[in-house]
Design a protein around this ligand. Structure first.
Ligand SMILES: C[S@@+](CC[C@H](N)C(=O)[O-])C[C@H]1O[C@@H](n2cnc3c(N)ncnc32)[C@H](O)[C@@H]1O
Length: 345
């Protein structure tokens, strides 16, 4: 990535990802785009990784890890009475210069593995739809790019769609909150789907029992979004009570044997949220071929929530059978699940 491209990526991220949601990151990214030295660090991010998230998480990780610096005074996750974001860039730059080697080390070795629990806001209605279409047979869920696996516990969380009714498990400490757009109410079956399997695949699953990995997961949450921070902490607790199977390795390589291991009684759902952008176009096409091939053995539902070449993330359901696919556009969604514009009738 050359400097011009790095600056463009930062500006786009500031405008489409952060504006209206994270004043601190909007400020930092717009100023980073103008700074030659910071751009060099941004350029060092691997091509498959969203560079702004990676650099910002590296800095946040060092601060959360205990480095004391005047920059901490601008981070609501560090300071109880944070200073205004408008003046955060100079201390940010000073921090990056002082800790450049540690930042570069994190950028070179870590990945953007944000596990955004609020994305369950659209998984619940989508899984209910799949279950309804399949006479409520048990669902076997396989997540490609699972990070710490927190989305696989979607049926153990409580849901507020702003409709005045509680969904999911109302007593759960993990509260999924979203603005439900669209004319149709979220689909809720009389009882939640029965889950036969929960299996997460990741190049590098986050081990929540490892302090450094747990810290990295929290560092990926934006520092001025306390609701997200609280939600992920509660979801981590839930995971420790109800862990799920996480398998390390390239998801494309592991998928066929995982599919083979699933009971014939279950409906297979392969789902992926904000993961395929970390695959090259060629690997994405390999993934399609793989699903097509697996579907020659048995039908597969693919639930895809991705943000690639579209104005906003899209939720699509692709039904694979005998090598062929049928796609239904279920919803347009916010990248952090803050709203769901449900399109499916
Ligand atoms: C941005 S995270 C999304 C995590 C989760 N799906 C969510 O939405 O909260 C993307 C994940 O995909 C994983 N990933 C990227 N390429 C992969 C591959 N080829 N096989 C398996 N996992 C992969 C990354 O390691 C990362 O944990």
């Amino acid at each position: 990535m050359n400097a011009e491209r790095a600056a463009e990526v930062l500006r786009t991220f500031a405008q489409t990802g952060c504006r209206g949601h994270s004043p601190l990151y909007e400020q930092l990214c717009s100023r980073m785009a103008e700074d030659e030295h910071i751009l060099k660090i941004v350029q060092s991010a691997p091509d498959t990784q969203p560079a702004p998230n990676l650099i910002l998480a590296a800095v946040h990780c060092l601060l959360l890890g205990g480095i004391r610096h005047e920059l901490g005074a601008y981070y609501p996750s560090i300071s109880e009475s944070p200073l205004p974001p408008e003046s955060a860039f100079n201390p940010f730059k000073a921090f990056c210069l002082e800790h450049e080697s540690a930042i570069r080390e994190l950028v070179a070795t870590r990945r953007v593995q944000t596990n955004e629990v609020n994305r369950c806001a659209y998984l619940l209605p989508a899984f209910c739809l799949i279950s309804k279409q399949n006479l409520q047979r048990p669902l076997a869920m396989i997540e490609m790019g699972t990070s710490a696996g927190l989305l696989l516990n979607w049926d153990r969380y409580s849901y507020d769609f702003g409709t005045g009714k509680s969904y999911g498990q109302p007593s759960s400490a993990v509260n999924i909150r979203t603005e439900w757009r669209g004319t149709k109410k979220p689909l809720q079956l009389e009882s939640l789907p029965v889950i036969a399997d929960r299996i997460g695949l990741d190049l590098h699953p986050i081990d929540l029992n490892d302090e450094k990995e747990s810290l990295w997961l929290r560092a990926l949450v934006w520092p001025d979004q306390p609701e997200r921070m609280k939600r992920i902490s509660n979801a981590i607790q839930e995971f420790k009570t109800n862990p799920v199977t996480l398998l390390a390795g390239d998801g494309l390589e592991r998928l066929p044997s995982v599919v083979d291991s699933i009971s014939r009684e279950a409906t297979i759902c392969v789902f992926h949220c904000h993961t395929l952008n970390q695959l090259s176009a060629e690997r994405r096409s390999d993934f399609n071929e793989l699903l097509s091939k697996c579907s020659k053995q048995r039908p597969i539902y693919e639930l895809s929530a991705e943000w690639i070449m579209t104005a906003q993330p899209e939720l699509n359901l692709i039904e694979w059978e005998n090598g062929h696919s049928k796609k239904s556009h279920l919803a347009n969604v916010d990248h952090h699940g803050r709203w769901v514009d449900w399109k499916h009738e």
